[in-house]
Design a protein around this ligand. Structure first.
Ligand code: AMP
Length: 493
């Protein structure tokens, strides 16, 4: 039998890649990652599947699982990835074929264009020291420069994702140093941006968080298994206990002998956790860096009710992203909460549709108004954010058509003014409705009777004073960011 057999399957599903968003067709990563090592040798692919299902909200465009056995030959890794949801890409026989006690998984969300199976993760790299599987959440701001440097030393790239730059960096360092964790540490010195990584080497599971802690990563345990996941909801989904969050700049290495931690050398970096996880991105039942996502959203809504009250008959939330803040608003104001919309959960995302018209009709496909609830009523409508304004203006039109008397919009985040460079899908300035319009102009553009946003002070309270990256609201990036749009940087090389 060939000792260096690597089995791989990549399903090139025939579905067309989603049409690219008008502003950019580049790769941005808002992903979910999961890693597990059963030190007693039990199979892990089912746990990875379930963990990825729990992280599905973090990415619906592609997914993958890579698994190996720590007592097998060093280059024996099995992986499968494809375009689509976890439940579409993996069926029972496929999961059963991924045998091994160590593995990583990934769900990916990108702003289209590059939704190809080549760009799906985990990345699996065979090199002189064995096999490396890597799953990455985040965005590097210097990926193009790093890749160019690597190409000049002979590297060949198969994808247009920055994760390959990281994987190649680690493999290259590994041949020059004593351990894979040391190779990760040496590679991290060169990485700029936001990233959380889970990596397997033949006998180790490694978790990494950038020195600012921009992207979330936590550690869990279930019997003889150690787990790393983007969010704690993935731990609960497999019945694992939450142990702790991985710290900013931490490299945690899990071996058969236990856990070992090391830290990157980044003296200038201060923790700056992504605020958008609490506002929109993370799942409601997750706790990230000690702060419950549910509590944060509830508090945001309550703060809005205190600082920007409205005379109304009922409070409604935009499903699903505004519902919790709407409950908070209702509790603090005493105005009853009501379901104003029915959501069709079987249609896909509206956010990345290319034109305003398509986004608007996609909103109508996804949400319909419950006329008996809203007819003749003065409504407070709560959502977590206004980005381009498409969702809100479509919903207000629908509410008015159904007979709503007044619509007072309350947004449980400050106005979006600046793009994100670290992997959150916020379009460039020119598409952000608040970046060149006053609150009053936005109000009139979306057709609301009144409009108010959460203040920066209330935002800080909402996340219990956690050190945050709030650059999308205040433009203070935790590190120097490049000028202009870097979304297409790797594809343009
Ligand atoms: P827009 O219609 O462009 O104003 O987008 C606002 C809506 O999109 C809100 O309902 C948000 O919950 C949602 N949203 C905000 N940011 C994102 C994001 N990065 N990805 C997907 N949806 C988002």
């Amino acid at each position: 039998m060939d000792q260096h057999f690597t089995s791989q399957t990549v399903s090139t599903d025939s579905r067309p890649a989603p049409i690219s968003a008008g502003y950019a067709s580049g790769v941005r990563e808002e992903c979910g990652i999961f890693g597990i090592y059963d030190t007693a040798g039990g199979g892990v692919s089912r746990e990875i599947y379930r963990g990825l299902c729990a992280l599905q909200h973090r990415g619906q465009e592609s997914c993958g699982i890579a698994v190996s056995s720590t007592d097998g030959p060093p280059k024996n890794i099995r992986f499968h990835k494809g375009l689509g949801l976890v439940s579409e890409v993996f069926d029972e026989p496929r999961i059963a074929s991924l045998t091994g006690n160590l593995g990583v998984g990934h769900v990916r969300y990108s702003t289209a264009g590059s939704t190809t199976v080549e760009n799906a993760q985990p990345l699996v790299l065979n090199y002189i020291k064995g096999t490396l599987a890597l799953a990455h959440n985040g965005n590097l701001i210097n990926a193009a420069r790093l890749r160019r440097e690597q190409e000049y030393t002979g590297a060949l790239f198969h994808t247009t994702i920055d994760s390959e730059v990281i994987a190649y960096g680690i493999a290259r360092e590994r041949v020059r140093c004593a351990s894979v964790e040391e190779a990760v540490k040496r590679t991290a010195v060169h990485l700029e941006g936001g990233y959380a990584l889970v990596i397997t080497s033949p006998r180790k599971l490694i978790g990494v968080r950038d020195p600012y802690g921009l992207k979330p990563l936590c550690l869990g345990q279930k019997g003889s298994s150690w787990i790393l996941a983007s969010e704690s909801c993935a731990l609960s989904s497999i019945g694992a206990e939450f142990v702790r969050d991985i710290r900013p700049g931490e490299i945690v290495t899990i071996t058969a002998d236990g856990i070992h931690s090391d830290y990157m050398e980044a003296p200038q970096a201060r923790p700056a956790h992504c605020v958008f996880e609490y506002i929109y991105f993370a799942r409601l039942d997750s706790v990230i860096d000690g702060v419950s996502v549910y509590n944060a959203r509830l508090k945001g809504g309550a703060a809005l009710a205190r600082s920007c009250p409205a005379d109304a008959d009922l409070v409604a939330g935009v499903p699903d992203s505004g519902l919790t803040a709407a409950v908070g608003f209702s509790q603090a104001s005493g105005i009853p909460f009501a379901l104003a919309f029915y959501k069709n959960s079987y249609v896909g995302r509206t956010f990345i549709k290319p034109t305003p018209e398509e986004r608007q009709s996609a909103v109508q496909m996804k949400l319909s108004v419950l006329e008996p609830v809203v007819q003749g009523k003065r409504i407070v409508l709560v959502d977590d954010s206004i980005v381009r304004g498409t969702t809100m203006s479509a919903l207000i039109k629908m509410l008015r058509k159904a007979g709503a008397k007044e619509v007072h919009v309350r947004i449980s985040s400050p106005p979006f003014l600046h793009p994100c460079y670290f992997g959150t899908d916020v379009p460039s300035n020119r598409q952000l409705i608040a970046s060149d319009h006053s609150v009053e102009t936005v109000r009139s553009l979306i057709g609301a009777d009144s409009l108010a946003y959460l203040s920066m002070e209330d935002l800080a309270d909402m996340t219990e004073g956690l050190p945050l990256c709030r650059a999308c609201f205040d433009g203070h990036y935790p590190m120097e960011v490049p000028e202009g749009d870097i979304r297409n940087a790797l594809e343009e090389l």
